[in-house]
Design a binder for this molecule. Sequence first.
Ligand code: HPA
Ligand code: ZN
Length: 333
Amino acid sequence: MDQLELIRALPKAELHVHIEGTFEPELMFEIAQRNQIAIPYQSVEEVKQAYNFHNLQSFLDIYYAGANVLIHEQDFYDLAWAYFEKCAEDNVVHTEMFFDPQTHTDRGIAFETVINGLQRACDDAKAKLGITSHLIMCFLRHLSEEAAFETLEQALPFKDQIIGVGLDSSEMGHPPAKFERVFAKAREQGFLIVAHAGEEGPAEYVWEALDLLKVNRIDHGVRSEEDPKLMQRLIAEKMPLTVCPLSNLKLCVVNDMAEHNIRRLLQQGVHVTVNSDDPSYFGGYMNDNFIAIAQALDLSNEELKQLAINSFEASFISAEEKQKWKLQIENLH
Ligand code: HPA
Ligand code: ZN
């Protein structure tokens, strides 16, 4: 099998995707029109021209503006359904999606509206596409600890529909330590824990995510390589990193894909996985990310298979399901 065929044939789990970051300009225009909300662009082309980010913050400004047109349950359904169709094209058979409740509740949209739309899309994806999924809600770290506590409170009636809690938005100046107490409460309530750390922020933030938030996975974490002791810890604990290559390139975390460290991390025994982060904004979904690193870093077919196996092992599915997908991947030749 040639490499492109292998990438397409591999079953994959996606563990780092913000549902608001899958919002394609075409759908944004359609929903904006339907909801009679003005957006500062005349055409899809104009939207795409605005996507010339140079760091995380310049992306986040546009990403939050785009989410403003989402009002009704059906809007959240349509958003998630469009993403599931991309999953089907890329053979992503399982996904653990982030959503940012505060981006919506701060605009007066009920928590319930958001989760009901997303959940209905998840149910349809299972029934119609055979794709399984979990929802992870993220706190916006540029907002206060108090606001995160309020959001956690709002989520409790929907606890059975939310597998975990994460931390995203502007990393610099908002260390995991700021949310230590909220995450302690989330753990008490039975949520699994993830956090963005070591994307733009230093290795120190990864230590905090491990020691203070007690994460089950680190989102991004590519700057961990700067700290040999941290690398030893990640390897010893088999701590997954959900790496997002096209995102890192677009936000200038790396200057060239040939300089990306995902292959070095893999070779050193770090449990890395491949993910799309905000695919509508960063130029590609799951397979585009696989293709980009396979080409730039000259990955072998065995390495591609290992990355796909890692994605299931790092996921929150059952041990039986993990074993089933691992066998399928091993049997691809
Ligand atoms: N980093 C932090 N916050 C985010 C990201 C990201 O890559 N995508 C959406 N929110
Ligand atoms: Zn992210």
